[in-house]
Design a protein around this ligand. Structure first.
Ligand SMILES: Nc1ncnc2c1ncn2[C@@H]1O[C@H](COP(=O)(O)OP(=O)(O)O)[C@@H](O)[C@H]1O
Ligand SMILES: [Mg+2]
Length: 249
């Protein structure tokens, strides 16, 4: 299985409130369709929530748990927003002839203190083995301690990544950059400390942006790639070829 994440930074305008970048979604749907038409059937898509998630979570003040009726409405509203974005993604894929099914993490994942503790992967595997393209996403999920919490697309990637050949992360940047804006071609446990100096905090990002993403990946014994939205680069990686990106081992 290969897993492709369409980052919230790539498919939404993260500075806005619930603004999808439909042109980017269509462009990425076309690349996925190309791979699909070549016969790829062992693929899972995960997408971020971008401005349908982070900003909505902050607006409702639900990043520290669900403790009131008002926050329950906030949880429901955020889940609905993330699902709205997911519909844009699957509709673009269906428009390109790909049988994409949006699977809400809110109904198959459970967390304990913001970490996944239960993942009903059966539904996902049923769709995969029936030759559909499952699409999961960053969402609100039930939480044993907090009653509800954010589950990032990156955490879903890391969980599913245990059974994957490799993981590809499409973002709005060409990869991980150093302070001078040069691409860091490879990150391993050996250079992570040095690389972390270049990872900036993003206060409005409830899942830690690039730093959060890399932390999710370091303990995973799989190769991941962070790449921009250039269709040729995304296609190259999905076909197992080299391209300009950051490789995380
Ligand atoms: N050293 C760095 N190199 C690249 N991006 C970085 C770095 N430090 C912080 N970032 C931020 O991380 C963002 C990518 O993470 P994120 O917004 O979470 O992507 P996604 O929405 O695709 O998960 C970049 O847009 C950038 O603002
Ligand atoms: Mg992110």
């Amino acid at each position: 299985m290969k897993i492709l994440k369409l980052g919230g930074s790539a498919i939404t305008d993260k500075k806005a409130y619930k603004k999808a970048r439909l042109g980017q979604i269509k462009k990425l749907a076309k690349v996925i369709a190309e791979i699909w038409k070549k016969g790829e059937r062992d693929l899972v898509i995960v997408h971020g929530a971008g401005s349908f998630g982070h900003a909505v979570v902050l607006k409702h003040d639900i990043n520290g748990g669900i403790n009131s009726d008002k926050q329950r409405v906030g949880y429901a509203d955020t889940h609905a927003a993330c699902s709205e974005l997911s519909l844009f993604v699957v509709k673009a894929l269906i428009g390109e002839g790909v049988p994409a099914i949006s699977i809400p993490p809110a109904v198959i994942i459970k967390q304990k203190n913001k970490r996944i503790c239960e993942f009903r992967e059966g539904i996902l595997n049923d769709y995969l083995s029936a030759d559909y393209l499952p699409v999961l996403y960053g969402d609100m999920v039930p939480d044993n301690e907090l009653r509800g919490s954010v589950c990032s697309g990156d955490q879903i990637m890391a969980w599913l990544g245990k059974n994957a050949e490799f993981l590809v992360f499409v973002t709005n940047v060409g990869g991980v950059m150093d302070d001078k804006g040069n691409l860091i071609p490879e990150i391993t446990k050996n250079n992570f400390e040095e690389v972390s100096k270049h990872l900036k905090e993003s206060p409005n990002d409830v899942t830690g942006a690039m730093k959060g993403k890399i932390k999710e990946l370091l303990d995973l014994n799989k190769t991941s790639y962070i790449v921009n939205t250039d269709p040729e680069r995304v296609k190259a990686l999905l076909m197992g070829k080299k391209t300009t990106c950051t490789k995380i081992k």
